[in-house]
Design a protein around this ligand. Structure first.
Ligand SMILES: *Cc1c(COP(=O)(O)O)cnc(C)c1O
Length: 381
């Protein structure tokens, strides 16, 4: 096959020009600093979007990254040195790093095969082994909602505080309820590769107004309410700039469009692979959930001894970007001292990682380009 002139990307920012309107407003009002009207309105937009169908009010705090939001969530959960925190094993490291920022100890919990997210039976096993665990940090991987009914039930029965990493899952829903609405504290990321972006940024979401206030306090250098600079706690500089929040406001208007395009890409791959009779399946989801399909992934059949790394390399030669799945946290040298709880003979996360691959999911990809990717994958088998 012929090498493409223009590279097909995994997931790059898609802008629409409307973002500039809000940026311009910030410039005209000479309001570029962190905090400001764009931040306020963007927060309101997200609170309404996430909590729209819920009876309770949701509060959001715009921050300079999803990781900062996770760090503040860990602080709000009261995690201190030596505390055990249960967390998703198969995820991006930013889900679990903030536990270490506060001196907590990660205990990784395996994935199930229906969504690749935290396995409720492994979660129960982990709680039986670590009854002192205070909190769970769970992810909706690649925008696919986790088994929330089961997870919420287990957390409730065992008094485990839930932190929901919805970094990849804005606009995904579970039984009609938005991802990001489940956690005591939830987070979203607006990093450049996510479904909408502010170039870099994140949001903390909670129904607890006081918690939002506390997080705001920490995120703005922990300044006490005095005329002079008074500090009684360690603070952080975590706020989102008013300029970048303007990008977010503009992007919010295109969230459903981005989502529809991502879904189309997923379904196109799915149909294409069936039509070509390839020994692969797409990343699975539950039929009562509605994923945003942030990244389309494929899983090579077990009996087919094909290394996904080989496919990544071959696609790259054709100028097509793809990448291995998130490497499970228990396989990361930096977490070699942490426990990992699973119920099958070998962890599901390890098995999925060894056979899986993230496919180009950039919404600027044309249909011809998508079909080219399918052909290129076919040529690998
Ligand atoms: C992107 C991402 C984050 C981190 O968000 P940043 O805004 O890049 O700090 C956290 N968790 C997951 C699962 C992510 O994909």
């Amino acid at each position: 096959m012929e090498k493409l002139k223009k590279r097909i990307l995994l997931s790059s920012p898609t802008t629409h020009g409307e973002e500039l309107f809000y940026i311009k407003e910030a410039f005209e009002k000479n309001w570029l600093a962190p905090l400001g009207f764009n931040c306020d309105i963007f927060e309101e937009d997200i609170s309404n979007y996430i909590g729209g169908s819920m009876p309770e009010k949701y509060y959001s705090l715009s921050l300079n990254s999803g990781t900062a939001a996770l760090h503040l969530a860990i602080k709000l959960a009261g995690i201190k040195s030596g505390d055990i925190v249960l967390c998703s094993d198969m995820t991006f490291s930013a889900t679990v790093n903030p536990i270490s920022y506060e001196g907590g100890i990660q205990v990784f919990v395996d994935s199930e095969r229906d969504t690749w997210n935290i396995d409720p039976s492994a979660l129960e096993k982990a709680i039986a082994k670590y009854p002192q665990a205070k909190a769970l940090v769970m992810v909706h991987l690649y925008g696919t909602p986790a088994k929330m009914d089961e997870i919420l039930e287990i957390c409730k029965n065992n008094n485990i505080l839930l932190i929901e990493d919805s970094a990849e899952a804005l606009s995904s829903s579970y039984k009609g309820r938005q991802c990001g609405s489940f956690g005591k504290y939830s987070i979203i990321s607006f990093n450049g590769n996510k479904i909408i972006t502010t170039s870099g940024g994140g949001m903390l979401i909670t129904r607890d107004k006081n918690a939002r206030e506390k997080a705001f306090f920490w995120a703005t250098q922990a300044r006490e309410n005095t005329l002079w600079y008074q500090h009684e706690e360690i603070g952080y500089n975590y706020r989102m700039s008013n300029v970048l929040a303007g990008i977010g406001r503009g992007q919010m208007k295109y969230l459903s469009e981005h989502r529809n395009l991502k879904q189309k890409i997923y379904n196109n791959y799915k149909e294409g692979f069936i039509k070509e009779n390839l020994p692969v399946t797409m990343n699975p989801y539950l039929n009562y959930t509605s994923p945003n399909h942030w990244l389309s992934c494929m899983l090579i059949n077990k009996n087919c001894k094909k290394d996904p790394i080989e496919i990544v390399k071959k696609l790259n030669e054709l100028n097509i970007e793809s990448r291995p799945l998130w490497k499970p946290m228990h396989m990361q040298p930096v977490f070699s001292g942490c426990d990992n709880i699973y119920t099958e003979k070998i962890p599901v996360s390890e098995d999925v990682f060894s056979r899986g691959l993230c496919l180009p999911s950039d919404i600027k990809m044309t249909e011809e380009e998508q079909n080219y990717v399918i052909k290129a994958i076919k040529a690998c088998f």
